[in-house]
Design a protein around this ligand. Structure first.
Ligand SMILES: *Cc1c(COP(=O)(O)O)cnc(C)c1O
Ligand code: SF4
Length: 443
């Protein structure tokens, strides 16, 4: 049975999905109950893992609590127990009628899991002559997000991913760009855009040749000063930068961007310090840094994965030790199995502060907890106790309207609120901020 998984050295990338769960279970001693849960929940939510994650990152003696197991494997509690029961009956019946009913049930559960949070796909898509420009979002004046069409999957999937709908074929993949043609035109028309953030999925899933075909043309745009690449490959498949057949070519491509006089930043997604414990992950960071590229680190705060201050303090120290810059701690968006993963803002602020205050100065580059919400990025700067009562201190660190950036404001404290739409601004808050926070300004 285990023949389907390669035995020795993890050298060639291969993704495993729901169909390989029995093989994974046999090989790693996954208890039957957990195997059944994966089989059930992965009907609805995406599941993808690879040999490196399985054999290097997961502690199989600590199931199901192991944080990396929680990060990539579907869990009991992500769906309601009624939904689990319905799925279980239909799966076991396995006749034509049940199979059809299973598809309908799966679709209805997905639709209830808020597959498109904050209207990310509809908002901020630039137009030219009334036509939507594919594969781009322009929300902040100086930054355009770019989604290359071939970079819309990842080396493994995070169970909390806010792009989960696209991985189960739900979302409209037509938003992705086949080539940078439209982006080049747009940059030509918008010289105030100095920063392109290449994202996905994970752009590092592309071959180097493919990635080059998306990046190289950008080097002809003088007004473009920074290229960022969002990736979790250092955590999930560090081989991409070290031993993959075209790993060296990838580093040459990075050098080429740096040599053009631009900033190149790899925005690395690290959820847990264990992801930086392997030699190959640290070598990946060091090889990226050796090209002159910067490495900035970010991740959401997730219950069951990293919801305690010691984990973050350790993560940020490891990032700094690896010569990378701690950048953002995000608040998880309201999508998919959000009830399972969510952490109240009040607790998030406490976790952040307790971790932050133990850090050396050079690691205090990190900001958080930050909500990437419709009006912009809202930082929860902490909890204030005043004679009038308790408040969240807030600040927009990024906003569509530059007038909003950097201005402090506050909202009434809530021990349970998990997102900006559950907050109430203090009555003295300026009207433009109240309107942005309340979503009364459409961007
Ligand atoms: C976070 C984010 C950016 C980048 O913001 P910085 O604060 O410059 O790192 C750009 N676009 C979108 C939509 C974002 O969410
Ligand atoms: S690596 Fe990023 S895009 Fe891919 S599943 Fe994880 S959070 Fe989602």
């Amino acid at each position: 049975m285990s023949a389907a998984l390669p035995d020795a050295g993890v050298s060639r990338f291969r993704a495993y999905g729901p169909r390989q769960i029995d093989t994974i279970a046999a090989r790693y001693g996954l208890p039957d109950e957990l195997r059944k849960t994966v089989r059930l929940v992965s009907q609805v939510l995406p599941f993808r893992v690879n040999e490196y994650v399985l054999s290097n990152l997961i502690d199989w003696q600590n199931l199901p609590d192991d944080p990396i197991y929680q990060l990539v494997f579907p869990q009991q509690g992500m769906l309601s127990s009624e939904d689990e029961k319905r799925l279980s009956v239909l799966l076991d019946a396995d006749d034509t009628v049940s199979r059809r009913e299973l598809t309908e049930t799966v679709n209805s559960i997905r639709a209830r899991l808020n597959p498109h949070p904050s209207g990310q796909m509809q908002l901020n898509v630039p137009q030219q002559d009334g036509v939507e420009l594919k594969g781009m979002q322009h929300k902040y004046r100086e930054t355009v997000l770019y989604f290359p069409g071939h970079g819309q999957s990842c080396h493994a999937y995070c169970t909390y991913c806010f792009r989960w709908a696209q991985f189960v074929g739900e979302a409209d993949l037509r938003f992705a760009a086949p080539d940078p043609g439209h982006l080049l035109t747009y940059l030509g028309d918008h010289p105030d855009v100095s920063d392109v953030l290449v994202t996905g999925g994970d752009p590092a899933i592309m071959s180097t040749d493919r990635l080059r075909s998306h990046l190289e043309p950008l080097l002809t745009v003088d007004t473009l000063r920074t290229i960022r690449i969002g990736t979790k490959a250092v955590a999930y498949w560090p081989q991409r930068f070290v031993t993959d057949q075209d790993a060296d070519d990838l580093l040459r491509l990075f050098e080429q961007v740096v040599a053009s006089g631009r900033n190149l930043a790899v925005m690395a997604h690290f959820s847990h310090p264990r992801e930086l414990e392997t030699d190959i992950a640290r070598r990946a960071v060091s090889r990226i840094r050796s090209t002159g590229a910067l490495v900035y680190c970010q991740a959401p705060l997730i219950a069951h994965v990293n919801d305690d201050p010691r984990t973050w303090a350790e993560l940020w120290r490891r990032e700094l030790a690896a010569d990378a810059v701690p950048y953002y701690m995000f608040v998880e968006r309201d999508t998919g199995p959000h009830d399972y993963f969510k952490v109240p803002l009040a607790r998030a602020a406490t976790i952040f502060r307790e971790a932050y205050r133990t850090l050396p100065g050079l690691a205090r580059t990190v900001r958080g907890p930050v909500m990437s919400a419709t009006p912009g990025k809202v930082l929860v700067d902490g909890v204030q106790d005043t004679p009038e009562g308790r408040y969240f201190a807030l600040r927009m660190v990024q906003a569509r309207d530059p007038q909003l950036v950097g201005r402090p404001f506050r909202a009434l404290y809530s021990p349970t609120a998990c997102w900006i739409d559950e907050l109430e601004c203090d009555p003295s808050t300026p009207e433009d901020i109240v309107a942005a926070v309340a979503g009364r300004v459409r961007y």
